[in-house]
Design a protein around this ligand. Structure first.
Ligand SMILES: *Cc1c(COP(=O)(O)O)cnc(C)c1O
Length: 359
């Protein structure tokens, strides 16, 4: 077979991919199980219709209207008043993260984060020639100030936190961010993909961005917002960061259709986020149940649970697939992750777990 002359460090690698298996109960990629309501479908359809007549034109390169809508949403939720100059949207927060590494990473730059964590980070570092270092979290998956000291001893250019963290669900203590900001002068990126599921008492790192250009928070519509299919994520940051993002974005990176659909969706934010409380309650109930069944469960503030441990987690995963339930083989050896579904789906998961032969 002929070898393509691709970059040497990419030879033999396989693409990212959670298995997309067509089973009745899919609890593997932390999607929101609730589909858009008929009213929202109607709004989206109208928004697409409105924009369709001008699809011969390139989109608004700067997505100003969408950024204004997001800024209003964030200002309502956070303790700070941000404007469109503080919002940077792209095709999923994954694209935002790649752009941030294109900007702040690169050759001779070092990113330090805390594992187990999101599996895409090493890939973005690889793609941008940024050195990736993952330091192990504590046994309960938390991060303490001694761990921060260890991280800083590595002289990172970027510290990346995920809060709530995927796949563990762990939240980052506020005082750790404060500690980092007193001791570190590099860039601090906080991936808050699951922020909407966090405890109400937990502040968002968004509160830091106006006063501190070195703090960047990323958010997404893929999880709590029930909008994974649209591919819309955004950074909330100091306006100087947003201006810098525009240097590395592809021209017209966000299609007119995406901008229109996402803008329409923010009008229905209350509805889209309407299931967050239910999902939180389901999460806590499922965590209790798993513990009663004798499993370890990581303390989660996301819409998923990491549980275990299993001598052969692949076998458990497979026995669940055979029963029509797809979860995720991820995290440290022996652990599995289940996304929180509808109450009916969670019940099916529980019943399937009871039938798993662990011997
Ligand atoms: C799901 C997830 C994202 C979201 O990615 P999108 O590209 O916005 O769909 C980002 N970060 C983490 C940690 C995630 O788990």
């Amino acid at each position: 077979m002929s070898q393509l002359p691709i970059r040497e460090d990419l030879v033999g690698l396989t693409p990212y991919g959670a298995p997309q298996i067509d089973v009745p109960v899919r609890l593997n990629v932390n999607e929101n199980p609730f589909a858009p309501s008929p009213a929202l479908v109607e709004s989206i359809t109208q928004a697409v219709k409105d924009v369709a007549v001008s699809l011969n034109r390139y989109p608004d390169r700067d997505a100003v209207k969408l950024r204004e809508v997001i800024a209003r949403f964030i200002s309502n939720e956070a303790d700070v008043k941000v404007g469109s100059q503080n919002i940077w949207p792209a095709n999923g927060s994954n694209e935002v993260m790649l752009q941030l590494l294109q900007l702040f990473g690169g050759p001779k730059k070092k990113l330090v984060t805390f594992t187990p964590t999101y599996s895409m980070y090493p890939d973005y570092c690889r793609d941008t020639f940024t050195e990736f270092i993952g330091l192990n979290r504590r046994e309960d998956f938390s991060i303490d100030s001694e761990l921060i000291d260890e991280a800083l001893a590595l002289s990172p250019d970027i510290l990346l936190f995920t809060s709530p963290n995927n796949p563990t669900g762990t939240v980052l203590d506020q005082h750790i961010i404060d500690y980092v900001l007193t001791k570190f002068s590099g860039m601090v990126i906080i991936d808050e993909a699951y922020a909407e599921f966090r405890p109400v008492s937990q502040r968002s790192a968004i509160d830091y961005v106006l006063e501190n250009p070195r703090v960047i928070v990323t958010r997404t519509m893929s999880k709590a917002f029930s909008f994974a299919g649209v591919r819309l994520g955004y950074a909330v940051a100091h306006e100087s960061v947003v201006a810098a993002c525009q240097i590395v974005r592809l021209p017209y990176h966000l299609s007119s259709v995406t901008q229109a659909v996402a803008t329409a969706a923010f009008d229905h934010a209350d509805e889209l986020l309407g299931h967050v409380d239910l999902l939180r309650n389901e999460r806590d109930a499922l965590a209790e149940w798993l513990k009663e069944e004798g499993f370890q469960v990581a303390n989660s503030a996301g819409n998923f649970l990491l549980f275990g441990t299993f001598a052969d987690r692949h076998d458990v995963w497979k026995q669940l697939v055979e029963q029509g339930v797809l979860i995720r083989e991820t995290g440290p050896a022996g652990w599995l992750r289940v996304s929180i579904g509808t109450p009916a789906e969670n019940e099916i998961f529980r019943n399937a777990m009871l039938k798993v032969d662990l011997s």
